[in-house]
Design a protein around this ligand. Structure first.
Ligand code: URA
Length: 426
């Protein structure tokens, strides 16, 4: 094969053969005979022409084979993981992983950092003093085998789907991220390579998500569920609402605090509800559906697991969480009923305040972010506090205030807070 003929075939709408896909993914990863500009042209052709289910499965398998596929020999408990496509205030992994471990499954989660307005689980956990994301595979295995721990959230190692790492960086700068087969194969190659036996996907829909419409989210969910099935990983998906932030905090340490509240039996109802819904899916996928995660949460066992997990990865669950040096508030500019709090501008405000990064590799501020004091359906008076902003860089208060003010819609009528739309797929 040669790169140009593969690009031309896809450009003209042909279905690529398994051999063509294996060759181009392998040659590109090795930096041999496929240059960045050729892979970028192919990614654009895939964006425009799409890929069939078979092509997408072959593409995913080739990306998995570009590195190591982890396994957990000797583990007696079933493994199950969840992946969220990313949102605003989405801290669900923090209460969910210890909860599912306390219910008897092993949770091997390789996770990522935030990019743009969406937060990343590793950034959140790194606000715990001493906590480390970079574990060796042996330490991950030890965490899962330890009956008092049973869950690990760690950074993907360099040799996990290296083809995706290289291709994702290229897509990011060539306008070729927004392709359902490319997104599905990117996410699933990493999840298949991490070695989990079962997987539950939380596919976000709405302004704060990658997928803005339910149709697009469903198409992505179906593509990922099929890829899981093709690779022997029992995969299901929920579509959940991301038109408004999850919970009442957006930002790293702020979200850890809120997650601890959930683990201690409190916390916002939407976070508790989604954590339990995903836990039920995960336990069903792991064959443990006799266990009720609500009972386990109430018993305090999930909170004990959280503390054990944090300690296993070098963190101190009792250390005070970092706080930002400056805070300021955003108030309502009129009387009315809160009818919407738009996720995207809240995410952008938190990001601007320092909770996220502008470029890969930048540091994040652990204490930065936004607390949301109003809920949809609340009646507010002009001057009431809607948000508290937290940052070490107060020069961004004005820009963040503008976004937060625009995020809130005040109306004359009461509207019920919309429950997250959920739909289980096979
Ligand atoms: N997340 C990923 O890991 N890959 C994509 O392509 C998009 C989101």
């Amino acid at each position: 094969f040669d790169a140009v003929s593969v690009v031309v075939a896809k450009r003209d709408g042909a279905e690529l053969s398994t051999a063509q896909i294996d060759w181009i993914v392998d040659a590109y990863t090795r930096g041999d005979r496929v240059a960045d500009e050729q892979m970028a042209a192919l990614a654009m052709a895939i964006c425009l022409r799409g890929m069939t289910r078979r092509e997408t499965a072959d593409w995913t398998a080739a990306m998995v084979r570009s590195g190591t596929r982890l396994d957990f020999p000797g583990l007696t408990r079933p493994t199950v993981d969840k992946h969220s496509t990313g949102g605003v205030g989405d801290k669900i992994t923090l209460p969910l992983a210890p909860l599912v471990a306390a219910c008897g499954a092993a949770v091997p989660q390789l996770s990522g950092r935030g990019l743009g307005h969406t937060g990343g689980t590793l950034d959140k956990l790194e606000s715990l003093a001493g906590w480390r994301a970079d574990l060796t595979v042996d330490r991950m295995r030890a965490a899962l085998a330890d009956p008092g721990v049973g869950a690990v959230v760690a950074a993907a190692t360099e040799d996990l789907a290296p083809a995706d790492r290289k291709l994702y960086a290229l897509r990011d700068v060539t306008g070729t991220v927004e392709s359902i087969p490319l997104i599905a194969s990117s996410i699933m190659s990493k999840k298949i390579a991490e070695g989990t036996g079962a997987l539950v996907l939380d596919v976000k829909v709405g302004s704060g998500a990658f997928m803005k419409t339910a149709d697009a989210a469903r198409e992505l969910a179906v593509a990922m569920v099929e890829l899981g099935a093709d690779a022997g990983v029992a995969t299901s998906a929920l579509l959940t609402d991301m038109s408004t932030p999850l919970g009442a905090t957006v930002g790293n340490a702020l979200e850890v605090r809120e997650s601890c509240e959930v683990l201690e039996g409190g916390g916002p109802a939407d976070v508790v509800e989604l954590t339990l819904a995903l836990a039920r899916e995960m336990l069903a996928a792991a064959g443990l559906d006799a266990v009720d995660p609500a009972d386990v949460l109430r018993s305090g066992a999930a909170y004990d697991r959280w503390r054990a997990m944090v300690r296993f990865q070098g963190g101190d669950p009792d250390a005070p969480l970092p706080t930002a040096r400056h805070t300021d508030i955003v108030t309502a500019d009129a009387d009315g009923v809160v009818t919407a709090i738009d996720a995207l501008p809240v995410g952008l405000a938190a990001w601007r305040l320092g909770a996220g990064r502008e470029r890969q590799g930048d540091p994040v501020q652990a204490g930065a972010g936004v607390e949301i004091h109003a809920a949809i359906g609340d009646a507010v008076r002009r001057g009431d506090t809607l948000f508290t902003m937290h940052t070490d860089t107060p020069e961004y208060f004005d820009a963040a205030r503008e976004r937060l003010t625009a995020a809130v819609t005040l109306g004359a009528h009461t509207s019920e807070r919309r429950a997250p739309e959920r739909r289980a797929l096979v």
